[in-house]
Write a protein that binds this ligand. Structure first.
Ligand SMILES: NC(=O)c1ccc[n+]([C@@H]2O[C@H](COP(=O)([O-])OP(=O)(O)OC[C@H]3O[C@@H](n4cnc5c(N)ncnc54)[C@H](O)[C@@H]3O)[C@@H](O)[C@H]2O)c1
Length: 499
């Protein structure tokens, strides 16, 4: 078999040809219709695959169940070593994998080795480390009884990924799932199917039983088949809120556990005492990293009235200096959006912002000239004079569009920041640490950054509140979402019965 991750050459014209499911250690074609994955830089196909239907998902479930039985029979230290080897192989293949991800997702090569590949490797390393320490409990029930609580795997779990961080999402789900003793069936986004296949090859090469990580390719119908399958004990989805509610409803039919990593419309609050350059840096990271295609992005930037003009001036200058271009060029800071449909959606939001009276102070147009014209490139945009009810301020855009608003008081900032059904993340920029921690407690979000933005070390739990999600990835918390507890009562005396 030609290893997939060796095929990713430097050239933007690379074609990977036919991609196949990875089920039980075999590369097998799905039984549905053909779909293409497009390189967003060129608009040309990067590869094609047949989508997976119920029968394909069923064979993945059988393979995963068999692998899970073998996996859980291996001593924990041996399982931990497999995950360590996955982490090491990810690091060894860092640049090859990064190039594949650039071709498939259009992310700038300047970002991918650290933000995507290292994050994936760090995650396997972290869960390899904690695997042996995932203990149960002992409960003292007096002289003649005790109980213990076993932490047990769920069995076969499924992950469904979004397209913005393909290998990172696959790893953030697979590493804790395997560490907790489960087998994984992962369905990457149909827009970015490549790197999950590379990851599953690496997991197999690292000594996992064949079928411990399976990959089924396809779009919503494949995901729906996973959510409906009675042999799947848990679904972890990274995607939009509408998909999340659909998947959760489907999972309810067979009472599956769920983790939902969904969308957001997160606030960044810049107080009058913040370091101005740091505040602009945080806002840029929270809006323009990965073309603005990040769930936790701070797309509502509340700047204290006194700092507003200076903030805007510096933010505009730095945004106009962003180098948009070929994502394989190490100097490029922003690549193309993921697809033509997504580009049109984002540009539609720019139009909506204008129509509602927000002031477009920079960017916002598609790049229609030169070599970038054939891909899905746009100039990063900033809107000033936004109000809380505008469409650009209330809806997730998932592109490089920053909305800036002003505020006067801390109380006002909290109320306005929380006035959204989303609750993924928030940021606070201030030199006043008492205020920072007051804000952290008051903001309705799964993650709050103080004087930082969008940093996600794998030891820190990540996830959303309100409509942004259920459950947590990363950190020790993730193990709880991939395991179940079994209480065992042990009687040391005689059995007392009233009859
Ligand atoms: N909270 C997080 O950690 C996080 C991280 C990244 C992205 N996201 C969110 O993901 C969204 C962007 O990703 P997207 O456009 O791929 O989202 P999406 O909801 O369109 O698709 C997500 C995944 O769900 C699958 N899917 C679609 N319909 C399905 C169905 N009925 N049943 C099962 N699976 C189905 C898709 O094929 C894809 O693999 C944004 O809203 C973003 O905020 C969240």
């Amino acid at each position: 078999m030609v290893q997939l991750y060796r095929q990713g050459k430097d050239s933007l014209m690379t074609s990977l040809g036919r991609l196949r499911n990875h089920i039980g250690g075999e590369h097998v074609e799905g039984s549905g219709s053909l779909f293409e994955t497009i390189n967003p830089t060129t608009g040309l196909p990067l590869g094609e695959a047949r989508s997976s239907l119920e029968a394909d998902v069923d064979s993945a479930v059988q393979a995963a169940a068999a692998a899970q039985r073998q996996w859980i029979a291996m001593p924990p230290a041996e399982r931990a070593r497999v995950l360590h080897r996955v982490s090491q192989r990810l690091r060894d293949k860092r640049m090859e994998l990064a190039r594949l991800e650039v071709l498939d997702a259009g992310k700038a090569i300047q970002e991918v080795p650290a933000a995507d590949i290292d994050s994936a490797a760090d995650c396997f390393e972290f869960f390899a480390g904690v695997l042996q320490a995932a203990h149960g409990e002992h409960i003292d029930l007096g002289p003649s009884a005790f109980a213990y609580v076993r932490r047990e795997p769920l069995g076969v779990v499924a992950g469904i990924g979004a397209w913005n961080y393909p290998i990172q999402i696959a790893s953030w789900k697979t590493a804790p799932a395997l560490a907790a003793g489960n087998a994984m069936i992962f369905k990457p986004s149909e827009l970015t199917p490549v790197s999950a296949l590379a990851l599953s090859e690496i997991v197999a090469e690292a000594g996992a039983p064949p079928g411990l990580m399976n990959v089924v390719l396809g779009a919503g119908e494949t995901g729906a088949a996973l959510a409906a399958h009675p042999g799947v004990a848990k679904i972890s989805l990274t995607g939009s809120v509408p998909t999340g509610t659909r998947v959760m409803a489907a999972a309810a039919e067979t009472l599956k556990h769920v983790t939902m990593e969904l969308g957001g419309k997160s606030p960044l609050i810049v107080f009058e005492d913040a370091d101005l350059d740091d505040a602009v840096s945080a806002a840029m990271l929270g809006n323009f990293y990965t073309q603005g295609e990040i769930c936790s992005n701070a797309t509502r930037v509340f700047v204290h009235r006194r700092l507003h003009d200076a903030f805007l001036e510096r933010a505009i200058a730095r945004t106009e200096a962003i180098r948009v271009g070929d994502p394989l060029d190490p100097d490029t800071q922003m690549g193309p959006l993921i697809s033509q449909a997504h580009l049109e959606k984002v540009l539609g939001y720019v139009e909506a912002g204008r129509a509602e009276g927000a002031r477009l102070v920079t960017g916002g147009g598609r790049i229609t000239e030169g070599p970038l014209a054939s891909g899905w490139f746009m100039r990063p945009a900033i809107f000033a004079d936004c109000t809380d009810t505008m469409k650009i301020v209330t809806e997730e855009i998932f592109g490089p569009v920053m909305s800036v608003m002003t505020f006067e008081t801390e109380e006002e900032a909290v109320i306005r920041a929380n006035a959204t059904p989303f609750g993924l993340a928030a940021g606070v920029m201030t030199r006043d640490l008492a205020r920072a921690h007051r804000m952290a407690a008051a903001l309705q979000a799964g993650v709050v950054w103080i004087n930082a933005y969008n940093l996600t070390p794998v030891a820190m739990p990540f996830g959303g509140s309100k409509m942004s999600g259920i459950g947590r990835e990363n950190g020790l918390a993730a193990l709880d979402f991939y395991s179940q507890r079994k209480s065992v009562y042990v009687n040391l005396g005689s059995v007392e019965a009233p009859y």
